[in-house]
Design a protein around this ligand. Sequence first.
Ligand code: SAH
Ligand code: SF4
Ligand code: F3S
Length: 474
Amino acid sequence: MPDLITHTKQDESRQGEAYAPFVNDPVSYGKKFYIESYGCAMNFSDSEIVASILQENGFGATRNYAEADLILINTCSIREKAEQTVRKRLNDLRTIKEDKPGALIGVLGCMAERLKSKLLEEEKLVDLVVGPDAYRTLPGLIEEANDGQKAVNVLLSREETYADISPVRLNSNGINAFVSIMRGCNNMCSFCVVPFTRGRERSRDADSIVKECQDLFNQGFREVTLLGQNVDSYYWNTGVNGEIVVTFAQLLERVAQVSPLLRVRFSTSHPKDITDDVLHTMARYENICKYIHLPVQSGSTRILQLMNRTYTREWYLAKVDRIKAIMPDCSLSSDIIAGFCTETEEDHQDTLSIMEYSGYDYSYMFFYSERPGTLAARRYQDDIPEDVKKRRLDEIINMQRKLSHESNLKDLGKTFKVLIEGDSKKSDADWMGRTSQYKVVVFPKAGHALNKGDYAMVTIDDCTGGTLLGKIVQ
Ligand code: SAH
Ligand code: SF4
Ligand code: F3S
């Protein structure tokens, strides 16, 4: 019985959680593949699609790359550091080829798309380069590579959503799953490589999304996260006479209706696109989690304009007010870039103050890393010295620490409905779960007959670092 595991290595950004193994596979496979994923949740989700395509084609998964016939690295290009991490990893894999000359090494994902066949010249040990829209062609490419050719497919598509492919859940805890609802991005944030690596935005068939969520629920999953680079611009049009259009708010509602016991999350929202309709839908359904990831990037209108984010500081603040007016208990998180081109101390202070106003519970914080080919790389000079970028980033991180701590203190004495995800890391006498607001809660099992996937009402009495501590209330 093959072990289906993906090794989850992330760049310094968020996304993707620690997983535990899951999947029982009755089929026996002639060959084995190993897959490692970097970058955002979309990439982790894509690896599950790749696993499904490979399984259909006689490959079983292994968590031991030394025994794999095919080693795949699903890569990220978002910052230079993310690419360096992958190059280092490829270097580590060099010895594999010496021990097992027949093994194939493939690079998937955003770095494959960005560098294309250049990657084969730069990294001699790579046999396959496959972009995010070309995974269906993997079996043919593997054959080509087995015949000694270097195999490349980096064609981007306007239609591909892999809607009909049932992802093989890799390293899942059996409770939380990612469900991809759209691909690509039509925004042109000037710093961002994603529109180049992922292509045009397209939405996946709503019925296939709802069915996937229903199937997950039937299998015991209790939380789905609907994924896209810009989920609020989700738009599905059946395209036939009497056509039915599904907006993101409507999709959210359909998924929430799968079961009140299924929690629904989504990521990522672009502040310019999140609508009142979405906010009211969230407020109406208890099982749509009260948590919005609403990346601000910068608090300065001038920098936001250079970033081509298409909103101003005031517009963002009004959106935060709107969210809090409709859902006072909604938590917020953000992505922030320190030291974008021309950023002054005053711009930086604007970022710190917008964080404070928004009261983020979490943020994912980076310093600006110029990406070749992007609008910013072509138009602006990356002119903030590295030590200044790092100092500003430190100040942003310290601000976030303060905000997270204050937010946790506000939770003391409150009671939350917690979805149990498993044993706490430190002790199997304690459960670990999350609130609707995405906060981690650890609490004693204390003789209550509960299981992973159950909900518990927990009163918070303490907190350490990023974790709330509490006790089950009757
Ligand atoms: N689609 C999402 C973000 C995807 S990338 C959104 O629009 O919010 C995740 C985060 O990486 C971005 O929000 C941004 O904060 C950061 N990022 C993207 N390009 C970057 C760059 N060139 N340098 C530093 N951080 C970057
Ligand atoms: Fe990049 Fe902007 Fe698209 Fe997000 S919305 S993926 S930051 S271009
Ligand atoms: Fe990275 Fe590509 Fe995601 S660049 S952040 S893996 S879309």
